[in-house]
Design a protein around this ligand. Structure first.
Ligand SMILES: *Cc1c(COP(=O)(O)O)cnc(C)c1O
Length: 401
């Protein structure tokens, strides 16, 4: 059977060139970069070259790149590190209600430690309002953390405007750019970004490796204590194969950025147009233009995202849904709810995230099978257009409950 991968926002396949260098540094070139001998020196050199490639991808200097175990660690470090090093200055942090859990759950932890967090609302397209950011600032504010692009609906935030406000007010600005790095041009200087998180596996690199960009001069506590690695900011023997793979992925992304954006967004436009033409009662989730080139997210009214997902899987198409029913939670996506979607629309959401290796044929195949699946599910569904969904039980639309 045909197998099509439309879940690039969850993770990407590893580029063959990346896999090759990872293998090289898992086998022949196994030295510890802290060792003085030749085995160590060749590896140290590779780690530093990788740092330069990662820096080049976001317009940073290599001294401002610190390798981590991925996006979650980078987010944790940014928030906790700034909070603890700047506590005397203030205890207030501004973020948004649609961040990844790596940010939201870290914020909840910081609240327990005595920090005060403002979770900004978003509009119906999942965008933060710049005026809301301004209004939320107090004399206690030490950090603004707003994601570059949302992982569910792909909406790109007004990063440059928020960066300007933060800079004017002398407040640090962090962005979780895990979805955007490698897929969208980012320049930390132009955007006034002080801290930025990225993850290798979201742009064709290995899992378990990422980086935190920390602008020179930013006051932040180390990520963890131990040896002198990462200039004493993040102790522990480096994940050399991962780091070298991340550097390779960064180099490939930088060299192919424009070409890839064109390829992926052409496919995305075709898929979006096709779905709107062939399936009635659909609603696009996320901003119509200011969205990631590969992100397609629709709510299919009167069906459940999970049923769609499972039926697509049977046809060989891998996608994902904005409803968390399958993960055992009763709540649909916090992102879709923050955008003001009804529980029913949130439960009917489907994300198709496209990538480098997808083709026109993949799109055509999807447009062949998806409308059939939706029609069949709707014809069997107790949630038909005429059924009543009780307001008092917002999750009555999900049969799994
Ligand atoms: C995937 C993701 C993360 C977490 O990154 P990991 O490397 O999986 O820990 C954080 N933020 C966003 C926006 C993501 O998409």
């Amino acid at each position: 059977m045909r197998r099509i991968y439309f879940d690039h926002s969850a993770t990407t396949p590893v580029d063959a060139e990346v896999a090759k260098v990872v293998m090289e540094y898992m086998t022949e070139k196994f030295g510890n970069p802290s060792s003085i001998h030749a085995f160590g020196r060749e590896v140290r050199k590779a780690v530093e070259e990788s740092r330069e490639r990662v820096a080049a991808l976001i317009g940073a200097s290599s001294k401002e790149i610190f390798f981590t175990s991925g996006g979650t660690e980078a987010d944790n470090w940014a928030l906790k590190g700034i909070a603890s090093a700047n506590r005397k200055k203030g205890n207030h942090i501004i973020t948004s209600s649609i961040e990844h859990h790596a940010i939201l759950h870290t914020c909840e932890y910081l609240e327990k430690q005595g920090f005060s967090i403002t979770y900004l609302p978003v509009d119906e397209n999942a965008r933060v309002n710049v005026e809301d950011v301004k209004k939320a600032i107090t004399d206690q504010t030490i950090l603004i953390s707003i994601m570059f692009a949302n992982n569910e609906v792909g909406t790109i935030q007004p990063i440059k405007e928020i960066g300007e406000i933060a800079r004017e007010q002398g407040i640090y600005f962090h962005t979780d750019a895990v979805q955007a790095v490698g897929h969208y041009p980012i320049d930390v200087g132009e955007y006034n970004i002080d801290l930025l998180s990225m993850a290798g596996h979201k742009f064709y690199g290995p899992k378990g490796v990422g980086a935190l960009y920390i602008r020179r001069g930013v006051k932040i506590a180390p990520g963890q204590q131990g040896g002198a690695q990462e200039r004493t900011m993040r102790a522990g023997t480096e994940n050399v194969p991962g780091i070298v793979g991340l550097g390779k992925a960064a180099e490939i992304a930088k060299n192919n950025m424009e070409k890839e954006i064109t390829h992926v967004s052409d496919l995305k436009d075709k898929l979006m147009r096709g779905i709107v033409e062939k399936v009635p009662d659909v609603k696009l989730n996320g901003h119509p233009e200011l969205r990631m080139p590969g992100n397609v997210n629709f709510s299919f009214l009167y069906v459940e995202g999970e049923s769609l997902l499972l039926n697509l899987d049977l046809k060989g198409i891998a996608a994902s849904s904005g409803s968390a029913c399958t993960s055992g939670s009763l709540d649909p996506s916090h992102v879709l709810l923050a955008m003001g979607l009804t529980h029913e629309a949130a439960h009917g959401s489907l994300r198709l995230s496209l990538g480098r290796y997808n083709t026109e044929e993949d799109i055509a195949y999807c447009l062949e099978v998806l409308p059939e699946i939706v029609e069949r599910l709707r014809s069997m569904s107790p949630l038909g257009a005429n059924s009543i969904i009780h307001e008092s039980n917002p999750c009555s639309s999900c049969s799994l409950h």
